[in-house]
Write a protein that binds this ligand. Structure first.
Ligand SMILES: C[S@@+](CC[C@H](N)C(=O)[O-])C[C@H]1O[C@@H](n2cnc3c(N)ncnc32)[C@H](O)[C@@H]1O
Length: 220
């Protein structure tokens, strides 16, 4: 089992090392810009006020943090976390005009921050890449203050059969788009597989309940 997890860790690192330069462009192309709407909705659900602290895990190039800072008028403390140094560098560059941000190179499974530190924990399209979901959820619970909120944006099972057929066909194009834009199709084959293999909404909710994360709102 450990070997499988280590292999996944190496695979995920390799994937993001190959795509970090064109990550934002590919996100826009693959989702036709829709990921930006999903991220805006996430911030609306958060409804952050000034002085509320945020840890954004699997921060990538910093999209969620940018929206959070715009919503809070840049007046709050934020920690961006990602195990991939190249993604962190892109994130720093994208957020260079904002203040009150810190970065940590670490994984969702081991956040290296004290207990009860944050009002919000966000993870956007990151949970499916972690090698141990249970450990990551426990870490989220540990670092959140009492009454703090966990917000997760993730692909999961499609429950509408027409949409599922559309997605199945569309997902075959994704590695081809990757090949044209990034020059690599393997990372995008991983992306499609990681979505297919990720647990269902119900399974994720069960895991969260076991870790005493109280479910408040789910949008599918
Ligand atoms: C699909 S990107 C999402 C980036 C960003 N949150 C967004 O929504 O655009 C996934 C990110 O998860 C990071 N990641 C991979 N394994 C991780 C882990 N174990 N813990 C935290 N982040 C991880 C990758 O380095 C990558 O930056």
């Amino acid at each position: 089992m450990d070997q499988v997890l280590q292999q996944k860790k190496g695979l995920v690192k390799g994937v993001f090392n190959k795509v970090f330069k064109k990550y934002d462009l590919m996100n826009d192309l693959m989702s036709l810009g829709i990921h930006r709407i999903w991220k805006k909705n996430l911030i609306q659900m958060m409804n952050p006020s000034n002085n509320k602290s945020l840890i954004d895990v699997a921060c990538g190039t910093g999209d969620v943090v940018k929206l959070y800072l715009e919503a809070t008028k840049n007046d709050t403390s934020i920690l961006c976390v990602d195990p991939n140094i190249n993604m962190i560098k892109e994130c720093k560059d994208n957020l260079k005009n904002y203040k009150n941000i810190k970065w940590k190179v670490c994984s969702a499974e081991r956040l290296k921050v004290p207990d009860n530190s944050f009002d919000f924990y966000s993870i956007s399209f990151g949970l499916r890449n972690v090698k141990d979901i249970n450990k990551s959820l426990k870490e989220a619970h540990r670092v959140l203050k009492k009454g703090g909120r966990f917000l997760c944006l993730e692909f999961s099972k499609i429950e509408n059969s027409n949409l599922e057929i559309f997605y199945k066909n569309y997902s075959k194009l994704i590695p081809k788009i990757g090949k044209i834009v990034v020059g690599e199709k393997k990372p995008y084959e991983y992306l499609v597989k990681s979505i297919e293999n990720f647990i269902s909404q119900k399974q994720l909710i069960e895991k969260m309940k076991k870790i005493i994360l109280k479910i408040v709102n789910i949008e599918i």
